[in-house]
Design a protein around this ligand. Structure first.
Ligand SMILES: Cc1ncc(COP(=O)(O)OP(=O)(O)O)c(N)n1
Ligand SMILES: Cc1ncsc1CCOP(=O)(O)O
Ligand SMILES: [Mg+2]
Length: 344
């Protein structure tokens, strides 16, 4: 009976820890899949013991538990940091599962013990996935991209100022004008870095890793024909590295290579990018939503009239290039876009 009590205590301990983690993934990070996977582990433990409920209940003697005082005292700790909460709850779950394993073996239930061991291993990979959510939090909302060719005669710096004032969530410098020198681009990026840093808006540089390093950007965007992601990660360990992808195989590779986020598109036909591939459609977006945890930004041909369907498919960060920088009134346009996203 004493071994059953230990099992009962640790089943409850693991369930409680998993519940905290599920809520963290769901409410803090808005991450349905990680939350569902954590719930899956909790249900598997519950199901494993569902035929032994009365035995477990009969063994329960909380008032005689010599560990109660210690547990009650440990509740008064001063943990406030969210990452600490996640780490300590994973520890709690893993220790509880380990104890369940050992106690199952001690009562001769070796097969069930092995099964709980596989659940414990699942929690290690879930822990890595959860910690990645803290590593670099990728903003949700509107991802803006600069480019003077489409800016109705306004400079990149003027457009950046207008976008930041209107509440853009993340901004990329993507300058493809052929006669602009490296020095001119660097000068613009220095000014935009200041504007974005003051407003706490993440600033990403497309293509030019050197400029990103020189201005202290928050990230760099690399396409399929640009530098390999692992090399860029080595050069810029502190930066978010975004990888543009157009197919499930490219998304898988970007994740394996350690990209911090991926571009998913072009969802619709676009004239904004010269060497663009065919539109990938909503099906590729659906694939990424269903298969990957990595943050992503939907891009390509997204306008006010089709924005709601992109958001409804689960895109949390959405890029509109010409729809924003080609607008007469950028502030008004960003407000309209925000209203559409807010309604989905
Ligand atoms: C967020 C985002 N996604 C995709 C791209 C396209 O990048 P790339 O394939 O490198 O093409 P260019 O932008 O360099 O023409 C992007 N820039 N941003
Ligand atoms: C840079 C880029 N990469 C894929 S589509 C695209 C351009 C999207 O521009 P728009 O939003 O104007 O169609
Ligand atoms: Mg590029």
């Amino acid at each position: 009976m004493k071994l059953i009590r230990a099992l009962d205590a640790n089943i409850n301990r693991s369930s409680e820890g998993l519940r905290v983690l599920e809520d963290m993934a769901r409410f803090r990070f808005d991450h349905a899949r990680i939350s569902a996977d954590l719930r899956g582990v909790r249900h598997k433990i519950r199901d494993l013991f569902k035929d032994r409920q009365s035995l477990l209940l009969a063994s329960r003697q909380a008032d005689r538990d010599v560990g109660t005082v210690t547990s009650a005292e440990s509740m008064s700790d001063t943990r406030t940091d969210e990452k600490d909460i996640v780490l300590s709850n994973f520890r709690r779950v893993q220790e509880a599962l380990r104890s369940i394993e050992e106690h199952l073996k001690a009562i001769g239930e070796h097969k069930d013990g092995k099964y709980v061991e596989t659940l414990r291993f699942d929690t290690y990979s879930l822990e890595r996935r959860c910690l990645r959510l803290f590593a670099k939090s990728f903003p949700s909302g509107i991802y803006g991209i600069l480019g003077e060719k489409f800016s109705l005669g306004r400079t990149n710096v003027e457009v950046a100022r207008a976008m930041v004032d209107a509440g853009i969530d993340i901004l990329q410098y993507r300058e493809k004008v052929k006669d602009k020198s490296f020095k001119e681009m660097l000068n613009e990026c220095e000014q935009i870095r200041k504007i974005t840093a003051d407003a706490n808006v993440p600033f990403i540089i497309n293509d030019h890793v050197a400029i990103a390093l020189m201005v202290g950007a928050d990230g760099v965007q690399q396409g399929q024909d640009d530098l390999p992601i692992p090399e860029v990660k080595k050069l810029c360990p502190e930066m978010m590295v975004g990888c543009s992808t157009h197919s499930p195989a490219q998304a898988k590779k970007a994740v394996e290579d350690g990209a911090d986020y991926i571009g998913v598109g072009p969802i619709y036909t676009t004239q904004t990018k010269e060497d663009v591939c065919n539109a990938v459609g909503l099906s590729y977006l659906e694939h990424v939503v269903a298969t990957h945890d990595i943050p992503f930004v939907a891009i390509g041909g997204i306008k006010r009239h089709n924005l709601a369907e992109v958001a409804a498919k689960g895109a949390k960060t959405i890029c509109l290039v010409t729809e924003i920088i080609g607008a007469d009134n950028i502030e008004k346009r960003i407000k309209e876009i925000k209203d559409i996203i807010g309604d989905v």
